[in-house]
Design a protein around this ligand. Structure first.
Ligand code: BEZ
Length: 241
């Protein structure tokens, strides 16, 4: 059943995996952006947080800022959003840099854009306002958008739960690996682990699948075939220097 999100003008369907990322223009801490047009050719993680000057969000922003270079090497840019205004964003990011220490992080500068969305127009367009959780703050949404501007994965967390950045990075690399090598990735996959071949939905007959076995492919039944994919091969394909 389709779920709807309420914008200023109308009820529109919540963005879903496989949809074109809804477009918008916005003011950010790094200037104006035209989304997703300005990000063509890159993956983007568009993520929302409930509010500036709150502790869980602060820990998340510091972590994203620390990892920005690592995401960048995987051709992925970061864009944050909350329904606070630009001057709140600027003051919060300055406070983070000047005062906040968290784990091994201090003096952390957030260099990726943080969107101001006081009207909630963008948050509503992306279904980030989930009234059962909060009518006035965005949930912690993570949209993975591919270089062609399509939504490839969405993760939502409630207000009280800080995101797992290892999982966000793992999901990005797994989707890039699936695209590059035409494979699927099993539970808890990490680069270097066996992958699933062929991807779900492209199966031949049982005989064809079993006959197709060669030294690299190992099938334990007609529907369950895996193949080795070296970690170096994955990393040299998806990571850029
Ligand atoms: C936080 O980021 O700490 C937070 C924000 C909204 C509600 C609860 C926690």
């Amino acid at each position: 059943m389709e779920t709807f999100t309420e914008t200023k003008e109308q009820l529109i369907p919540m963005p879903r995996i496989g949809d074109k990322a809804p477009d918008f223009r916005a003011v950010t801490t790094q200037g104006n952006i035209n989304f997703p047009e300005d990000y063509k050719g890159s993956w983007v993680i568009l993520f929302s947080h409930p509010a500036d000057f709150t502790p869980v969000c602060t820990s998340e922003f510091m972590t994203f800022a620390k990892l920005e270079g690592k995401f960048g090497k995987a051709n992925c840019k970061l864009v944050g959003l909350s329904i606070d205004g630009l001057y709140s964003h600027i003051a919060w990011l300055r406070t983070i840099k000047e005062k906040i220490e968290f784990r091994d992080m201090k003096n952390i500068e957030v260099k990726f854009p943080l969107i101001e969305d006081i009207t909630m127009d963008i948050a509503k367009k992306y279904g980030m306002i989930q009234p059962g959780e909060s009518k006035t703050q965005a949930v912690r949404a993570v949209f993975f958008i591919d270089p062609d501007g399509f939504i490839r994965a969405i993760i939502y967390y409630p207000l009280s739960l800080g995101r797992n950045f290892d999982e966000i990075y793992r999901a990005l690399i797994a989707m890039q690996t699936a695209d590059e090598f035409s494979v699927a990735t099993p539970a808890d996959w990490q680069p270097g682990d066996d992958v699933i071949v062929p991807p779900a939905g492209s199966c031949g007959t049982a005989e064809e699948r079993m006959q197709g076995q060669n030294g690299e492919v190992s099938c334990t039944d007609w529907f369950f075939c895996t193949q080795k994919l070296e970690k170096d091969k994955v990393l040299e394909t998806v990571l850029k220097d």
